[in-house]
Design a protein around this ligand. Structure first.
Ligand code: PLP
Length: 401
Protein backbone atom coordinates (compact mmCIF):
# COMPACT_ATOMS: atom_id res chain seq x y z
CA UNK A 1 0.00 0.00 0.00
CA UNK A 2 1.16 3.55 -0.78
CA UNK A 3 1.04 4.62 2.86
CA UNK A 4 3.24 1.72 4.00
CA UNK A 5 5.81 2.81 1.41
CA UNK A 6 5.60 6.34 2.81
CA UNK A 7 6.11 5.19 6.43
CA UNK A 8 9.07 2.98 5.50
CA UNK A 9 10.76 5.75 3.52
CA UNK A 10 10.42 8.19 6.40
CA UNK A 11 11.82 5.65 8.86
CA UNK A 12 14.71 4.86 6.50
CA UNK A 13 15.57 8.59 6.46
CA UNK A 14 15.64 8.66 10.26
CA UNK A 15 17.94 5.62 10.32
CA UNK A 16 20.26 7.11 7.68
CA UNK A 17 20.58 10.33 9.70
CA UNK A 18 21.23 8.43 12.93
CA UNK A 19 18.02 9.81 14.48
CA UNK A 20 15.97 6.60 14.63
CA UNK A 21 14.95 5.81 18.20
CA UNK A 22 15.74 2.38 19.57
CA UNK A 23 14.05 1.74 22.92
CA UNK A 24 16.02 -0.04 25.60
CA UNK A 25 13.72 -2.68 27.07
CA UNK A 26 14.47 -2.23 30.75
CA UNK A 27 13.02 -4.13 33.65
CA UNK A 28 13.29 -1.89 36.68
CA UNK A 29 13.94 -3.85 39.86
CA UNK A 30 12.19 -2.44 42.93
CA UNK A 31 14.68 -2.00 45.76
CA UNK A 32 17.69 -2.09 43.45
CA UNK A 33 17.49 1.19 41.51
CA UNK A 34 19.64 2.33 39.65
CA UNK A 35 20.03 -1.30 38.54
CA UNK A 36 17.69 -2.72 35.91
CA UNK A 37 17.61 -5.80 33.72
CA UNK A 38 18.26 -4.91 30.06
CA UNK A 39 16.40 -7.39 27.89
CA UNK A 40 18.23 -6.34 24.70
CA UNK A 41 21.59 -7.55 26.02
CA UNK A 42 20.27 -10.00 28.60
CA UNK A 43 22.04 -8.62 31.66
CA UNK A 44 21.72 -6.27 34.57
CA UNK A 45 22.85 -2.71 33.91
CA UNK A 46 23.25 0.54 35.82
CA UNK A 47 20.89 3.24 34.59
CA UNK A 48 22.54 6.65 34.22
CA UNK A 49 19.85 8.60 32.39
CA UNK A 50 16.68 8.21 34.44
CA UNK A 51 14.42 11.12 35.33
CA UNK A 52 13.44 9.30 38.53
CA UNK A 53 15.95 11.80 39.88
CA UNK A 54 15.65 10.88 43.57
CA UNK A 55 14.71 7.21 43.20
CA UNK A 56 11.24 7.96 44.63
CA UNK A 57 9.73 5.43 42.19
CA UNK A 58 10.86 2.73 44.58
CA UNK A 59 10.65 4.55 47.91
CA UNK A 60 8.99 2.22 50.46
CA UNK A 61 6.38 4.86 51.43
CA UNK A 62 5.43 5.34 47.78
CA UNK A 63 5.21 1.62 47.00
CA UNK A 64 3.17 0.94 50.14
CA UNK A 65 0.76 3.79 49.36
CA UNK A 66 0.24 2.51 45.83
CA UNK A 67 -0.20 -1.11 46.88
CA UNK A 68 -2.64 -0.22 49.68
CA UNK A 69 -4.69 1.97 47.35
CA UNK A 70 -4.91 -0.72 44.66
CA UNK A 71 -6.16 -3.20 47.26
CA UNK A 72 -8.70 -0.71 48.59
CA UNK A 73 -9.89 0.99 45.42
CA UNK A 74 -8.94 -1.28 42.51
CA UNK A 75 -6.96 -0.46 39.39
CA UNK A 76 -8.59 2.40 37.49
CA UNK A 77 -10.42 5.65 38.29
CA UNK A 78 -13.55 4.54 36.47
CA UNK A 79 -14.14 7.71 34.51
CA UNK A 80 -13.26 11.30 33.79
CA UNK A 81 -13.01 13.61 36.79
CA UNK A 82 -16.52 14.90 36.01
CA UNK A 83 -18.19 11.54 35.46
CA UNK A 84 -17.46 9.23 38.41
CA UNK A 85 -13.64 9.52 38.32
CA UNK A 86 -12.91 11.87 41.26
CA UNK A 87 -11.76 10.12 44.45
CA UNK A 88 -10.79 11.64 47.82
CA UNK A 89 -7.20 10.82 46.87
CA UNK A 90 -7.34 13.15 43.85
CA UNK A 91 -8.78 15.90 46.02
CA UNK A 92 -6.18 15.35 48.75
CA UNK A 93 -3.33 15.36 46.24
CA UNK A 94 -4.56 18.61 44.69
CA UNK A 95 -4.69 20.19 48.17
CA UNK A 96 -1.17 18.99 48.91
CA UNK A 97 0.18 20.38 45.61
CA UNK A 98 -1.53 23.73 46.19
CA UNK A 99 0.05 23.90 49.66
CA UNK A 100 3.44 22.89 48.26
CA UNK A 101 3.45 25.91 45.95
CA UNK A 102 1.63 28.28 48.31
CA UNK A 103 -1.33 28.56 45.92
CA UNK A 104 -5.08 28.46 46.51
CA UNK A 105 -5.67 25.45 44.30
CA UNK A 106 -4.16 22.82 42.03
CA UNK A 107 -5.51 20.68 39.21
CA UNK A 108 -4.29 17.22 38.20
CA UNK A 109 -3.73 15.99 34.64
CA UNK A 110 -2.66 12.61 33.33
CA UNK A 111 0.81 13.92 32.44
CA UNK A 112 2.98 17.01 32.59
CA UNK A 113 2.72 17.19 28.81
CA UNK A 114 -1.06 17.32 29.02
CA UNK A 115 -1.04 19.92 31.80
CA UNK A 116 1.08 22.28 29.67
CA UNK A 117 -0.78 21.64 26.45
CA UNK A 118 -4.24 21.96 27.97
CA UNK A 119 -3.59 24.89 30.30
CA UNK A 120 -1.65 27.13 27.93
CA UNK A 121 -3.92 26.13 25.05
CA UNK A 122 -7.03 27.01 27.03
CA UNK A 123 -5.84 30.23 28.69
CA UNK A 124 -4.40 31.67 25.48
CA UNK A 125 -7.43 30.68 23.38
CA UNK A 126 -10.13 31.87 25.77
CA UNK A 127 -8.79 35.25 26.90
CA UNK A 128 -9.77 37.66 24.11
CA UNK A 129 -6.75 39.23 22.37
CA UNK A 130 -4.27 37.17 24.41
CA UNK A 131 -0.63 37.21 23.28
CA UNK A 132 1.89 34.56 24.37
CA UNK A 133 5.55 35.27 25.09
CA UNK A 134 7.59 32.09 24.90
CA UNK A 135 11.19 31.43 25.96
CA UNK A 136 13.15 30.24 22.91
CA UNK A 137 14.02 26.94 24.62
CA UNK A 138 10.54 26.02 25.87
CA UNK A 139 9.41 22.39 25.89
CA UNK A 140 7.33 20.93 23.04
CA UNK A 141 4.26 20.55 25.29
CA UNK A 142 4.06 24.31 25.91
CA UNK A 143 4.75 25.12 22.25
CA UNK A 144 1.99 22.72 21.13
CA UNK A 145 -0.42 24.35 23.60
CA UNK A 146 0.40 27.78 22.17
CA UNK A 147 -0.05 26.50 18.63
CA UNK A 148 -3.37 24.90 19.51
CA UNK A 149 -4.64 28.17 21.05
CA UNK A 150 -3.99 30.09 17.79
CA UNK A 151 -3.05 33.11 19.89
CA UNK A 152 -0.24 35.29 18.48
CA UNK A 153 3.12 34.14 19.85
CA UNK A 154 6.40 36.02 20.32
CA UNK A 155 9.59 34.19 21.17
CA UNK A 156 12.07 35.93 23.48
CA UNK A 157 15.77 35.03 23.73
CA UNK A 158 16.42 32.15 26.09
CA UNK A 159 16.64 33.17 29.78
CA UNK A 160 16.91 36.83 28.73
CA UNK A 161 14.76 39.28 30.77
CA UNK A 162 16.02 42.25 28.69
CA UNK A 163 14.80 40.65 25.49
CA UNK A 164 11.49 39.80 27.17
CA UNK A 165 11.20 43.48 28.16
CA UNK A 166 11.94 44.54 24.58
CA UNK A 167 9.26 42.22 23.13
CA UNK A 168 6.67 43.14 25.77
CA UNK A 169 7.32 46.86 25.17
CA UNK A 170 6.42 46.39 21.50
CA UNK A 171 2.95 45.00 22.33
CA UNK A 172 -0.26 46.93 23.04
CA UNK A 173 -0.24 47.68 26.81
CA UNK A 174 -3.85 46.53 27.28
CA UNK A 175 -3.57 43.12 25.55
CA UNK A 176 -3.68 40.13 27.97
CA UNK A 177 -0.26 38.51 27.97
CA UNK A 178 1.14 35.19 29.20
CA UNK A 179 4.90 34.84 29.66
CA UNK A 180 5.85 31.14 29.60
CA UNK A 181 9.19 29.71 30.68
CA UNK A 182 10.81 26.79 32.53
CA UNK A 183 12.88 26.74 35.70
CA UNK A 184 15.44 24.00 34.89
CA UNK A 185 15.92 23.35 31.16
CA UNK A 186 16.11 19.62 30.78
CA UNK A 187 18.73 19.20 28.07
CA UNK A 188 21.30 21.91 28.94
CA UNK A 189 20.49 21.95 32.64
CA UNK A 190 20.58 25.75 32.84
CA UNK A 191 18.32 27.56 35.28
CA UNK A 192 16.05 30.53 34.55
CA UNK A 193 16.48 33.89 36.33
CA UNK A 194 12.98 33.63 37.78
CA UNK A 195 13.00 36.80 39.84
CA UNK A 196 14.24 38.95 36.92
CA UNK A 197 11.65 37.42 34.55
CA UNK A 198 8.91 38.13 37.12
CA UNK A 199 10.14 41.76 37.45
CA UNK A 200 9.69 42.28 33.70
CA UNK A 201 6.35 40.46 33.52
CA UNK A 202 5.02 42.50 36.48
CA UNK A 203 6.17 45.75 34.86
CA UNK A 204 4.00 44.88 31.84
CA UNK A 205 1.13 43.38 33.89
CA UNK A 206 1.62 40.01 32.16
CA UNK A 207 0.63 36.62 33.60
CA UNK A 208 3.51 34.25 34.26
CA UNK A 209 3.47 30.50 33.52
CA UNK A 210 6.34 28.43 34.95
CA UNK A 211 7.12 24.84 33.97
CA UNK A 212 8.80 23.37 37.10
CA UNK A 213 8.88 19.83 35.69
CA UNK A 214 12.63 19.37 36.27
CA UNK A 215 12.62 21.27 39.57
CA UNK A 216 9.81 19.86 41.69
CA UNK A 217 10.90 17.51 44.45
CA UNK A 218 14.53 18.51 43.87
CA UNK A 219 14.89 22.16 44.86
CA UNK A 220 13.54 24.36 47.64
CA UNK A 221 13.04 23.68 51.33
CA UNK A 222 9.88 21.65 50.63
CA UNK A 223 10.73 20.48 47.11
CA UNK A 224 8.56 23.14 45.47
CA UNK A 225 11.25 23.66 42.81
CA UNK A 226 13.44 26.61 41.87
CA UNK A 227 10.51 28.97 42.54
CA UNK A 228 10.42 27.60 46.12
CA UNK A 229 14.21 27.91 46.47
CA UNK A 230 14.21 31.48 45.11
CA UNK A 231 11.17 32.55 47.14
CA UNK A 232 9.17 33.68 44.08
CA UNK A 233 6.25 31.20 44.06
CA UNK A 234 3.80 33.96 44.99
CA UNK A 235 4.89 36.03 41.97
CA UNK A 236 4.04 33.30 39.45
CA UNK A 237 0.49 33.09 38.13
CA UNK A 238 0.74 29.38 37.28
CA UNK A 239 3.26 26.78 38.43
CA UNK A 240 3.12 23.57 36.43
CA UNK A 241 4.79 20.34 37.46
CA UNK A 242 5.04 16.62 36.90
CA UNK A 243 4.63 13.70 39.29
CA UNK A 244 6.76 11.50 37.02
CA UNK A 245 10.31 12.73 37.58
CA UNK A 246 11.41 13.96 41.01
CA UNK A 247 8.30 12.33 42.51
CA UNK A 248 8.87 9.04 40.68
CA UNK A 249 5.27 8.24 39.72
CA UNK A 250 3.24 9.71 36.82
CA UNK A 251 0.83 12.59 36.17
CA UNK A 252 0.99 16.36 35.86
CA UNK A 253 -0.59 19.38 37.49
CA UNK A 254 -0.96 23.11 37.63
CA UNK A 255 -1.15 25.25 40.79
CA UNK A 256 -2.60 28.75 40.83
CA UNK A 257 -5.55 30.77 42.05
CA UNK A 258 -8.84 29.02 42.78
CA UNK A 259 -10.53 30.86 39.91
CA UNK A 260 -7.78 30.01 37.42
CA UNK A 261 -7.81 26.29 38.29
CA UNK A 262 -11.60 26.25 38.20
CA UNK A 263 -11.51 27.99 34.81
CA UNK A 264 -9.09 25.43 33.34
CA UNK A 265 -11.10 22.58 34.93
CA UNK A 266 -14.22 23.95 33.27
CA UNK A 267 -12.89 24.80 29.79
CA UNK A 268 -9.84 22.64 28.97
CA UNK A 269 -10.73 19.76 26.66
CA UNK A 270 -7.51 17.94 27.61
CA UNK A 271 -8.80 17.86 31.19
CA UNK A 272 -12.53 17.36 30.61
CA UNK A 273 -12.43 14.57 28.05
CA UNK A 274 -9.74 12.33 29.54
CA UNK A 275 -10.07 9.65 32.24
CA UNK A 276 -8.75 10.56 35.68
CA UNK A 277 -5.47 9.17 37.01
CA UNK A 278 -6.03 5.88 38.87
CA UNK A 279 -6.52 6.47 42.64
CA UNK A 280 -3.45 4.33 43.37
CA UNK A 281 -1.33 6.70 41.27
CA UNK A 282 -2.72 9.64 43.22
CA UNK A 283 -1.98 7.82 46.50
CA UNK A 284 1.62 7.08 45.47
CA UNK A 285 2.19 10.64 44.25
CA UNK A 286 0.68 12.01 47.47
CA UNK A 287 3.07 9.87 49.55
CA UNK A 288 6.00 11.05 47.45
CA UNK A 289 5.11 14.77 47.61
CA UNK A 290 4.46 14.55 51.37
CA UNK A 291 7.71 12.72 52.00
CA UNK A 292 9.78 15.24 50.05
CA UNK A 293 8.04 18.18 51.75
CA UNK A 294 9.28 17.09 55.15
CA UNK A 295 12.56 15.36 54.23
CA UNK A 296 15.52 17.23 52.76
CA UNK A 297 17.80 14.21 52.99
CA UNK A 298 17.25 13.03 49.42
CA UNK A 299 17.94 16.54 48.09
CA UNK A 300 21.16 16.83 50.10
CA UNK A 301 22.41 13.42 48.96
CA UNK A 302 21.41 14.21 45.37
CA UNK A 303 23.44 17.45 45.35
CA UNK A 304 26.45 15.63 46.78
CA UNK A 305 26.25 12.83 44.16
CA UNK A 306 25.98 15.31 41.29
CA UNK A 307 28.96 17.29 42.62
CA UNK A 308 31.00 14.08 42.93
CA UNK A 309 30.13 13.06 39.38
CA UNK A 310 31.19 16.47 38.02
CA UNK A 311 34.45 16.37 39.98
CA UNK A 312 35.30 12.88 38.72
CA UNK A 313 34.51 13.87 35.11
CA UNK A 314 36.80 16.89 35.52
CA UNK A 315 39.61 14.69 36.83
CA UNK A 316 39.46 12.66 33.60
CA UNK A 317 39.09 15.75 31.39
CA UNK A 318 35.65 14.62 30.22
CA UNK A 319 33.95 17.81 29.02
CA UNK A 320 30.51 18.39 30.50
CA UNK A 321 28.29 21.44 30.23
CA UNK A 322 28.74 23.77 33.20
CA UNK A 323 25.36 24.50 34.70
CA UNK A 324 23.94 25.02 38.18
CA UNK A 325 21.55 22.05 38.10
CA UNK A 326 21.56 18.28 38.52
CA UNK A 327 21.66 17.57 34.76
CA UNK A 328 25.11 16.69 33.42
CA UNK A 329 25.26 16.72 29.60
CA UNK A 330 28.34 15.51 27.68
CA UNK A 331 28.13 16.91 24.17
CA UNK A 332 29.26 14.51 21.41
CA UNK A 333 27.94 16.55 18.47
CA UNK A 334 27.25 13.70 16.07
CA UNK A 335 24.23 11.37 16.18
CA UNK A 336 25.96 8.23 14.90
CA UNK A 337 28.97 8.60 17.18
CA UNK A 338 26.72 9.37 20.12
CA UNK A 339 24.86 6.10 19.54
CA UNK A 340 28.12 4.16 19.10
CA UNK A 341 29.47 5.46 22.40
CA UNK A 342 26.22 4.59 24.12
CA UNK A 343 26.37 1.07 22.67
CA UNK A 344 29.96 0.60 23.80
CA UNK A 345 29.13 1.75 27.35
CA UNK A 346 26.29 -0.74 27.43
CA UNK A 347 27.89 -3.80 25.87
CA UNK A 348 31.32 -3.51 27.50
CA UNK A 349 30.45 -2.01 30.86
CA UNK A 350 26.76 -2.50 31.59
CA UNK A 351 26.31 1.28 31.71
CA UNK A 352 23.06 2.48 30.18
CA UNK A 353 22.99 6.09 28.94
CA UNK A 354 20.50 6.76 26.15
CA UNK A 355 21.96 8.89 23.31
CA UNK A 356 19.98 12.13 22.95
CA UNK A 357 19.48 13.14 19.34
CA UNK A 358 17.38 15.50 17.20
CA UNK A 359 14.56 16.56 17.64
CA UNK A 360 15.06 16.43 21.43
CA UNK A 361 18.20 18.59 20.99
CA UNK A 362 19.35 20.66 17.97
CA UNK A 363 21.34 18.80 15.31
CA UNK A 364 25.09 18.98 16.02
CA UNK A 365 24.56 19.00 19.80
CA UNK A 366 23.84 15.29 20.23
CA UNK A 367 24.79 14.26 23.73
CA UNK A 368 24.89 11.84 26.59
CA UNK A 369 22.77 13.27 29.40
CA UNK A 370 23.85 11.92 32.77
CA UNK A 371 21.62 12.01 35.82
CA UNK A 372 23.16 10.96 39.12
CA UNK A 373 20.72 10.02 41.87
CA UNK A 374 21.17 9.59 45.63
CA UNK A 375 21.17 5.85 44.93
CA UNK A 376 24.27 5.83 42.69
CA UNK A 377 27.25 4.83 44.83
CA UNK A 378 30.79 6.21 44.65
CA UNK A 379 31.77 2.90 42.98
CA UNK A 380 29.00 3.40 40.39
CA UNK A 381 30.40 6.85 39.60
CA UNK A 382 33.97 5.51 39.28
CA UNK A 383 32.75 2.74 36.99
CA UNK A 384 30.85 5.19 34.77
CA UNK A 385 33.74 7.65 34.54
CA UNK A 386 36.28 4.98 33.64
CA UNK A 387 33.92 3.56 30.97
CA UNK A 388 33.42 7.06 29.54
CA UNK A 389 37.15 7.77 29.64
CA UNK A 390 37.85 4.63 27.64
CA UNK A 391 35.18 5.60 25.07
CA UNK A 392 36.62 9.12 24.82
CA UNK A 393 40.01 7.59 23.93
CA UNK A 394 38.58 4.95 21.57
CA UNK A 395 36.59 7.54 19.63
CA UNK A 396 39.40 10.15 19.77
CA UNK A 397 37.15 12.77 21.34
CA UNK A 398 38.59 16.00 22.69
CA UNK A 399 39.20 16.26 26.42
CA UNK A 400 38.83 19.36 28.52
CA UNK A 401 42.03 21.12 29.60
N1 PLP B 1 7.88 19.94 30.54
C1 PLP B 1 9.18 19.65 30.39
C2 PLP B 1 10.17 20.75 30.45
C3 PLP B 1 9.60 18.33 30.17
O1 PLP B 1 10.89 18.04 30.00
C4 PLP B 1 8.62 17.30 30.13
C5 PLP B 1 9.01 15.87 29.93
O2 PLP B 1 10.10 15.48 29.79
C6 PLP B 1 7.28 17.64 30.29
C7 PLP B 1 6.94 18.97 30.50
C8 PLP B 1 6.22 16.61 30.26
O3 PLP B 1 6.12 15.99 31.50
P1 PLP B 1 5.55 14.48 31.62
O4 PLP B 1 6.72 13.57 31.35
O5 PLP B 1 4.99 14.39 32.97
O6 PLP B 1 4.51 14.36 30.54
Amino acid sequence: MWYETFFRAQLADLKRDGNYRYFAELERIAGRFPRAFHHGIGREVTVWCSNDYLGMGQHPAVITAMRDAVEKHGAGAGGTRNISGTSPLHVELERELAALHGKEAALLFTSGYMSNWATIGTLAAKMPGCVVLSDAANHASMIEGMRHSRAPKHVFAHNDPDDLDRVLSSLPPDAPKIVAFESVYSMDGDVAPLSALCDVAEKHKAMTYLDEVHGVGLYGAQGGGISDRDGVSDRLTVIEGTLAKGYGVVGGYIAGSAALCDFVRSFASGFIFSSALPPAIAAAALASVRHLRQSGEERTQHRERVATLRRRLDEEGLPHLRNPSHIVPLIVGDPVRCREISEQLLSRHGVYVQPINYPTVPRGTERLRLTATPLHSAADIDHLVSALSEAWSDFSLARAA
